[in-house]
Design a protein around this ligand. Structure first.
Ligand SMILES: Nc1ncnc2c1ncn2[C@@H]1O[C@H](COP(=O)(O)OP(=O)(O)OP(=O)(O)O)[C@@H](O)[C@H]1O
Length: 355
């Protein structure tokens, strides 16, 4: 199908997956991925990423809704779809005594129109490790071998399920560069990841899944734009938050004060920052540790997580985050801002702040 002149190579419409016990893991999700696009599926543990991707790969039938990959149903028309897609398996499960070349050659035997083995290894930077046994590869090299196998059939659509899990920072950067190259050469990539930094850096568009539903979708910039920016600084000695102009008039929609540290949240960053800086100028005070910045995808995600946890009473700590493994709660991006109160001005709400 074509939308706005773009060919959608992945079309997902009201997709549902219900497991044997009746548990609905995927609850009517809709998104599409255009040819040559890199699309990331993000979500907390148990959000339904794997359940969704398995349906896209044709490994299971949908319980409801529709999936089309390159115009075909990946389950009922598997023979038409399979040769045109690549799936990066987590640890391919090959005998570790085989060398890298033997492993790729074995897989090439099952792949129609496979690239030459050497070419596949060069693409992923394993050319010089061709004769090494798989068991002697580092974790990062094993992931690259998994990727080489996924690329053997020159796929038009590549599914990458958490391709950098377990890699160190350098390994992640290498994989990201590789994935970008593939996308630049026209491969459509669907990536699932726990690493928000990965999605922010790589994805043209993304969807955040929560409890089987799409909680937010768009470009990384669009998703973060739905979240407030932050201005943080230390109150000068002898001053209180109430000494600033009325925060509501500055476009500030939420704030925190801890000791002298102040964080203001706003969707009108320029207006709020200008107001704060003009005040400081006029009061002839220096705002130490001043920081003014837009929300990151990680902040957007964490905030969404907190909001839904607060709304639904679900717990936090579901493991999405940066490469450092920041914990995140479950959440949905509904745009609601649970702790952003309409501020009338000089009333502050924490100790050390006067009205
Ligand atoms: N075979 C199954 N039978 C019943 N429930 C399942 C089955 N597989 C997964 N689930 C449940 O479906 C929900 C979604 O799981 P899924 O593995 O798709 O999430 P995920 O987003 O990929 O999570 P993770 O990031 O932890 O891999 C979870 O609550 C999970 O427990």
């Amino acid at each position: 199908m074509k939308t706005n002149g773009h060919e959608d190579v992945i079309e997902v419409t009201d997709l549902r997956r219900v497991y044997g016990g009746g548990f609905e893991a995927v609850r009517g999700i809709t998104f599409s991925v255009r040819r040559g696009e890199l699309f990331a599926l993000l979500g907390t543990n148990g959000a339904g990423k794997t359940s969704t991707v398995e349906l896209l790969e044709g490994l299971a039938p949908a319980s409801g809704g529709r999936v089309r990959i390159l115009g075909h149903d990946p389950y009922t028309e598997r023979a038409a779809v399979r040769p045109r897609i690549g799936v990066m398996l987590q640890e391919g499960g090959f005998p570790s005594e085989l060398t890298v070349t033997e492993t790729v050659r074995m897989w090439a035997g099952c792949t129609s129109g496979a690239r030459p083995v050497g070419e596949a290894l060069e693409i992923v930077g394993l050319g010089r490790r061709a004769g090494v046994r798989v068991k002697q590869l580092s974790g990062g090299e094993k992931r690259r071998l998994d990727l080489a196998l996924a690329l053997l059939g020159r796929p038009e659509v590549l599914f990458l399920d958490e391709p950098t899990t377990g890699l160190d920072a350098e390994g992640r950067q290498d994989t990201w560069a590789l994935v970008r190259d593939l996308r630049d050469q026209g491969t459509t990539v669907l990536l699932t990841t726990h690493y928000l930094e990965e999605a922010e850096g790589l994805a043209d568009r993304l969807a955040i899944l929560h409890e089987g539903s799409v909680a937010a979708t768009g470009t990384p910039a669009e998703v973060t734009a739905s979240q407030p920016s932050r201005i943080s600084f230390e109150l000068p000695d002898g001053y209180f938050l109430g000494d600033l102009p009325p925060l509501g008039e500055l476009g500030v929609t939420g704030h925190d004060v801890e000791g002298r540290a102040v964080v203001l949240r706003t969707k009108e960053l320029q207006r709020a920052a200008t107001g704060v800086l003009l005040w400081a100028e006029r009061a002839r005070v220096e705002l130490r540790r001043l920081e003014v910045r837009s929300a990151s995808l990680e902040e957007a995600f964490l905030r969404i997580a907190r909001e839904t946890a607060a709304r639904t009473g679900t717990g936090a700590g579901t493991g999405a985050g940066t490469g450092a493994g920041t914990g995140a709660g479950t959440g949905a991006v509904a745009g609601a801002v649970a702790d952003d109160k309409a501020l009338t001005g000089t009333k502050a709400r924490k100790d050390g702040v006067s009205a």
